[in-house]
Design a protein around this ligand. Structure first.
Ligand SMILES: [Zn+2]
Length: 207
């Protein structure tokens, strides 16, 4: 059985956005100071535009990132993906190790901060995989995280499914394990307002 959670990974261009008020002095007047790009810790969107504004009153700069990118140089999609992986059984270090295989250098502390941001640190409904069971292997479609829960194996895989979408696949062969996994998939999708794709939609993906 295989379940998939879709995460929108679109990073829209910065149009003529402006900050509303200066965060330091509250002044609404700004001059555009610089157009730049920032490097992202995300294999799907390696760079994103940034606008720097200077407040007219105190000359302090403010950065504006596109929607979908936060100041920690992650896309919101990567942040959500790291939380889903944690929820489905990877430790903070496991998330770091797994995403590292995609060239996505999130630190363990960043993964923890991502989870804390969603309020799900140590949540009792999180799937607890057997300790030390993580094995990251190279599958035909990319890295796969293989885990066990109560001795039974399941796996998680992240894959770009379209130009602007990431899919997190959760797979288990044993029916009871698949049921446990499915409940957790549905719960984390609800909490993060993500879309669960119907089982079987990814039949051809790696198992
Ligand atoms: Zn100011």
């Amino acid at each position: 059985m295989q379940f998939a959670i879709a995460v929108s990974a679109a990073v829209p261009a910065l149009a003529d956005q402006r900050p509303e008020r200066c965060q330091r002095c509250g002044s609404p007047g700004f001059n555009l100071h610089q157009r730049a790009t920032t490097t992202l810790k995300d294999p799907l969107a390696l760079r994103a535009p940034v606008l720097r504004f200077i407040c007219k009153r105190r000359r302090k700069t403010t950065r504006l990132y596109p929607k979908g990118v936060d100041g920690a140089h992650q896309t919101v999609a990567m942040r959500q993906a790291s939380v889903v992986l944690y929820w489905l059984g990877l430790s903070y270090d496991g998330v770091r190790e797994y995403l590292g295989r995609f060239g996505c250098p999130l630190s363990k502390a960043t993964v923890w901060a991502n989870v804390r941001w969603t309020g799900l640190v140590g949540h009792r409904h999180r799937l607890r995989s057997d300790s030390g069971s993580l094995l990251v292997q190279e599958g035909p479609g990319g890295p796969v995280a293989r885990l066990r829960v109560r001795g039974r194996s399941y796996s998680l895989a992240l894959e770009p499914s379209a130009a602007s979408e990431l899919t997190i696949l959760a797979m288990a062969h044993q029916p009871e394990t698949a049921r446990i996994l499915y409940r957790r998939v549905v719960e984390v999708a609800r909490r993060l307002r993500l879309q669960v794709e119907p089982a079987g939609a990814h039949e051809n993906a790696r198992a």
